[in-house]
Design a protein around this ligand. Structure first.
Ligand code: ADP
Length: 169
């Protein structure tokens, strides 16, 4: 089941939440900062052992103090006008995160709107890529949640999901 949920991703008791991390995996601002704060200091210790993460790739850690059991860290592309492979890289973020979830036999996963904050990816296009990529995995996972943190993103995801679910895509 695909759903849109408005709120703070760190509050969700799902199998895994996805972090829109940076390539150091050592924490940052936005959703990354919120996840590190809520998970506690042990998270950064585990992240140090991972040796960073390339754009479009994903790596998993425990959830520590979060209600979520696992955190899948993925590094979204910085939007640079669309000529730097940004769309393919964003799709890879969703695909690689979902592949890890399937491999680990997780049943519920929550995504933030990767790259649409500080990395400036156009939100409509990001939502289109997110929804289309996730759709392919909807048979493997019971719940896939798009977490939106502001009203504009919520409206965009709501609309995209509706279009897809009534087969207008
Ligand atoms: P990026 O660097 O990939 O652009 P950001 O963290 O700046 O990542 O933003 C990605 C998205 O996450 C934005 O839509 C932002 O509003 C949202 N966001 C920020 N904090 C949270 C949170 N605690 N829970 C869910 N989404 C959040």
């Amino acid at each position: 089941m695909l759903e849109v949920w408005h709120g703070d991703i760190t509050k969700l008791a799902v199998d895994a939440i996805v972090n829109a991390a940076n390539s150091s995996l050592l924490g940052g601002s936005g959703v990354d900062g919120a996840i590190h704060r809520a998970a506690g200091k042990e998270l950064v210790h585990e992240c140090r052992l991972l040796g960073g993460c390339k754009t479009g790739q994903a790596k998993i850690t425990k959830g520590y103090n979060l209600p979520a059991k696992w955190i899948i860290h993925t590094v979204g592309p910085v939007w640079n006008g669309g000529t730097n492979n940004e769309m393919v890289l964003l799709e890879s973020c969703y695909r690689n995160s979902l592949e890890i979830a399937v491999q680990k036999q997780l049943t519920s996963i929550a995504f933030p709107a990767i790259s649409t904050g500080i990395y400036r990816f156009p939100p409509e296009l990001a939502a289109e890529i997110a929804v289309q990529t996730v759709l392919e995995f909807s048979v493997n996972l019971e719940r896939i949640i798009f977490v939106t943190f502001d009203k504009t993103t919520e409206d965009i995801y709501g609309k995209k999901l509706e279009q897809v679910l009534v087969g207008k895509h």
